[in-house]
Design a binder for this molecule. Structure first.
Ligand code: BES
Ligand code: MN
Ligand code: ZN
Length: 474
């Protein structure tokens, strides 16, 4: 990541391009013809004065402005100016001091672009944001600086995660993820432990091993610990699915859009991002992050339908479909969390089911929990961060569907209600520990990005979870 310089000031220095925001009905800046611009949401006009550009971005009705309005408007503005080659941008937030956080967030997330690997990849198609100035009134500088600095840290982490997420399966294997996690986590003063194949065998991680055994790229389990809370305080466990590529295995997927299964690692990357961010923000809590990672491939050594697998805590799985692999690696990590760390709650993120996308589309992630407190915290955090969730049912009524005659549970059942049944399968391994499952199948990557993102990995879950955790703290 090229480093970006961010300052919060009461007037711009140097000669940055400027982004200003306008609401419907407020007086237009000089040089803007009323018939060209009415301040409608995300409409914009570009003014040029000698070398300097001013982009006026509309916010719509003043009464309807929410955090996401500024996030989108700043994102749209930054993307527009970067395409024109801008390197230094000033955001005029003098009229919106309460939305500095979301505006900076939108600007930073919009500054990331996946350049790819084409032969022109080094010839950038737009400018790189080198400096961002945030302009507020003199007496609001201190407050705004706090918001901007925190947002900047998290934004940079999310862009790193998106960059890793966009890498294809041949460039990003479980071992590479483990190395990357180690490198990043150590840079943030976190404790990391990685289980390779031998260690996974030694400690009885039958689920992670089974899913990974068909690939020449062996599986890993990555554990990241953050201790910002009291010595004796029980940690919260954050667990994320990192299947570096999901072919479906022996129950192979159809070919259409199979390339998108490089994004099947985004739950794990989100957890990595959350751990890095918790350390950066020095949250006063203890966290343990667990990222089970495997590549799901067919082949002579691959696991097969009918196999019985024994997981870390001795529970067994009857495999009926090798494409329902996420839950198999996740429950191994959940059992480990429960047995080793005795967490106060387990929060798990995964691109788990196509069924969740059928239910909610790409607009919202599925939230599955029987815990009222966490449900409320995640719903509220979703509204604030724009990473929205919708609660779906889990547990009792759906558990029947996954119980097996010959094992603790079977990994697939009926198509109907399968997002809920899958969640209920995973919950069996959490036992009595409060459990939250967030199905990010529809939100982990996008082909129709909001104004502050581009197509590809979104980093979904990092901002959401940080907000939910921080709300729980205050
Ligand atoms: N990674 C997929 C789920 C998925 C599919 C995410 C499409 C995003 C887009 C998961 O491993 C999977 O294959 N799930 C199957 C389960 C089925 C075999 C019971 C599914 O949802 O079809
Ligand atoms: Mn699958
Ligand atoms: Zn998968």
């Amino acid at each position: 990541m090229p480093s970006l310089k961010l300052d919060v000031r009461s007037s711009a220095i140097g000669n940055p391009d400027l982004i200003t925001f306008f609401t419907k009905g407020s007086p237009l800046p000089a040089g803007v013809p009323a018939e060209e611009f009415d301040g409608a949401t995300l409409g914009h006009v570009l003014l040029r004065d000698k070398g300097q550009r001013t982009l006026v971005v509309g916010l719509g009705d003043k009464a309807k402005i929410e955090p996401d309005t500024l996030r989108r408007a700043a994102g749209a503005g930054v993307k527009h100016l970067l395409k024109l080659g801008s390197k230094e941008i000033a955001l005029d937030l003098t009229a919106f001091p309460e939305h500095v956080g979301p505006a900076v967030e939108g600007a930073l997330l919009a500054s990331y672009k996946f350049e790819g690997f084409g032969k022109d990849a080094t010839k950038r198609t737009r400018g790189v944001l080198a400096r961002l100035q945030v302009l507020v009134k003199e007496n609001e500088v201190t407050q705004a600086r706090l918001a901007a600095v925190e947002t900047e840290k998290v934004g940079a982490i999310i862009n790193t995660i998106r960059g890793l997420g966009n890498l294809p399966g041949n460039m990003f294997t479980p071992a590479i993820l483990a190395e990357k996690a180690q490198e990043l986590a150590k840079g943030h003063g976190l404790t990391v432990k990685v289980w390779d194949e031998r260690a996974l065998k030694r400690d009885g991680f039958g689920g992670i091993l089974a899913v990974g055994q068909g690939s020449v790229h062996p599986p890993r389990l990555i554990q990241i610990e953050y201790r910002g809370g009291g010595k004796r305080e029980t940690p919260l466990a954050l667990i994320g699915k990192a299947v570096t590529f999901d072919t479906g295995g022996i129950s192979i997927k159809p070919g259409a859009q199979m390339d998108e299964m490089k994004f099947d690692k985004m739950g794990g990357l989100a957890v990595l991002g959350m751990m890095l961010a918790a350390a950066e923000l020095k949250l006063p809590i203890n966290l343990v992050g667990l990222i089970p990672s495997a590549e799901n491939m067919p082949g002579p050594d691959a696991y097969r339908p009918g196999d019985i697998i024994t997981t870390r805590d001795g529970k067994t799985i009857e495999v009926l479909n090798t494409d329902a692999e996420g839950r198999i690696i996740l429950v191994d990590a959940i059992a480990h969390a429960r047995l080793t760390h005795k967490p106060s709650a387990i929060i798990e993120f995964s691109t788990l089911t196509g069924a969740c996308i059928m239910a909610l589309g790409h607009q919202r992630a599925g939230l599955f929990t029987s815990d009222e407190k966490w449900r409320a915290a995640f719903i509220a955090a979703g509204q604030l961060t724009g990473e929205r969730v919708w609660a779906l049912p889990i547990d009792e009524e759906y558990k029947e569907a996954v119980l097996s005659e010959i094992a603790t549970a079977k990994n697939t059942s009926f198509r109907e209600g399968s997002a809920c049944a899958s969640a209920s399968f995973i919950k069996l391994w959490a036992e009595e520990t409060p459990f939250v499952h967030i199905d990010i199948a529809g939100t982990a990557w996008t082909t129709k990005p909001p104004a502050y993102l581009e197509g590809g990995a979104t980093g979904f879950g990092v901002r959401l979870t940080l907000q939910a955790l921080r709300a729980g703290l205050s």
